[in-house]
Design a protein around this ligand. Structure first.
Ligand SMILES: Nc1nc2c(c(=O)[nH]1)N[C@H]1C(S)=C(S)[C@@H](COP(=O)(O)O)O[C@H]1N2
Ligand SMILES: [Mo]
Length: 378
């Protein structure tokens, strides 16, 4: 006997192009925001030489805003992506599966798009939880796959442009030909997807947008939890620095007129205050009141040229974030401090005791803790 499998039938309006367009444009918007803010984050952390001196130090909350948006748009895309896939999955049963070489290429680009998008959202989400259960380095891979996704997405939008145009608005001429366009099932699907996006956003965005911190449910970081009310990514113990002994501490400023300061000498210099956020790339951010010595004053004393870049070196001996560089815009900014105090108290060892860098509009990874040296770049 011959077994015949008939393809499934999808009569509902939830799988028609109008629904796919409605969800697709929200997903597209989330991806666009996520990609642009991701590029910003990438170039702030790894500026090419020609850009390094032009990175702005204002507004002070700039990176806090763009990185908050990066993580929020990525999280918003998490319910949107399966909803979009669900509206279009009956097309997997279209027969014949491949009609021509161009059609095969187009299917391949969709496969790249879906796999890449799932990969980006999954790795990004786990990164916000500081969980790295994979053998590769997160940053370069997340960055490279973002380009693959964007390339495949642009191709997808180009291929689907006629359909997107036809179904963009409720009254598009193209939709007139299709029966039963609107209806309760579509509206309730869109409302549930919207509610899911709203719920995941509301319960996570407080990790960077503090007015909503009382709604935090799923965010791995509570911006209030940590010594002195500020989260810590790497503790002094984990960095192998521990508690630095006051008498042993020295700050070395290497430049045309190099000098060394003890902790008491640093404390005796003019102290300045700045209200600045730590904005971690992993999605949390928190503003605090810092006080300490202006980096610009130290550079002046060391005879650094006005446009010099500065390397900030930690007492930490190993680890990716022990050194950071200040372009001249940040180095000369009066808000860029070697902070000795946080919210009126001495720094906790986990926040970089005795001295840490704090600068405006800068990723958290570059706010070097346990600073031991400033080096004026040649
Ligand atoms: N020396 C050193 N500085 C560092 C780090 C580090 O691992 N080592 N982590 C950075 C990261 S990723 C962030 S988000 C901020 C966090 O500062 P906090 O722990 O005081 O909140 O410190 C930065 N400074
Ligand atoms: Mo961070």
């Amino acid at each position: 006997m011959k077994l015949r499998v008939s393809p499934p039938v999808f009569p509902s309006r939830l799988h028609d192009p109008r629904t796919a367009t409605s969800i697709g444009r929200w997903l597209g918007a989330a991806f666009a925001v996520c990609f642009v803010t991701g590029l910003i984050s990438h170039y702030l952390q790894h500026p090419p030489d020609w850009l390094a001196d032009d990175l702005p130090s204002r507004p002070v909350w700039g990176y806090r805003f763009t990185q908050g948006l990066h993580v929020a748009s990525g999280i918003a895309a998490i319910p949107l992506l399966p909803a979009k896939l669900w509206t279009v999955y009956p097309r997997l049963f279209a027969w014949p599966p491949l009609r021509s070489v161009t059609h095969a290429m187009e299917r391949l680009s969709v496969a790249v798009l879906v796999a890449g998008a799932v990969f980006e959202l999954a790795t990004g989400l786990l990164n916000t939880a500081q969980w790295y259960p994979w053998p590769f380095s997160f940053v370069p891979v997340h960055y490279a796959v973002a380009w693959l996704v964007v390339g495949a997405l642009v191709l997808h939008l180009a291929v689907k442009a006629p359909q997107i145009r036809a179904h963009w608005t409720r009254r598009s001429p193209g939709t007139l030909a299709l029966p039963a366009q609107e209806g309760p099932d579509r509206r309730s699907l869109l409302a549930s997807v919207g509610a899911a996006v709203g719920a995941v956003t509301l319960t996570t965005v407080g990790q960077s947008f503090t007015p909503l911190k009382d709604f935090l449910l799923f965010a791995p970081r509570d911006p209030d939890r940590g010594p002195q009310g500020l989260p810590v990514n790497r503790t002094a113990a984990a960095a192998g620095v521990g508690r630095v002994a006051d008498e042993e501490y020295r700050l070395v400023v290497a430049g045309p007129r190099p000098f060394t300061l003890t902790l008491d000498e640093l404390r005796a210099l003019p102290q300045h205050e700045a209200e600045l956020p730590i904005a971690c790339v992993e999605g949390w951010s928190k503003s605090a009141c810092w006080s300490g010595v202006r980096v610009a004053d130290l550079l002046e004393r060391a005879g650094a040229p006005a446009h010099a870049r500065v390397r900030v070196v930690s007492l930490q001996l190993k680890g990716g974030y022990r050194v950071s560089e200040l372009g001249h815009e940040h180095a000369r900014d009066p808000l860029t401090l070697l902070a000795l105090r946080l919210n009126g108290e001495e720094l906790d060892p986990d926040h970089g005791y005795p001295v840490r860098l704090i600068a405006p509009d800068r990723p958290g990874v570059l706010q070097t803790k346990w600073v031991g040296r400033l080096e004026v770049a040649a």
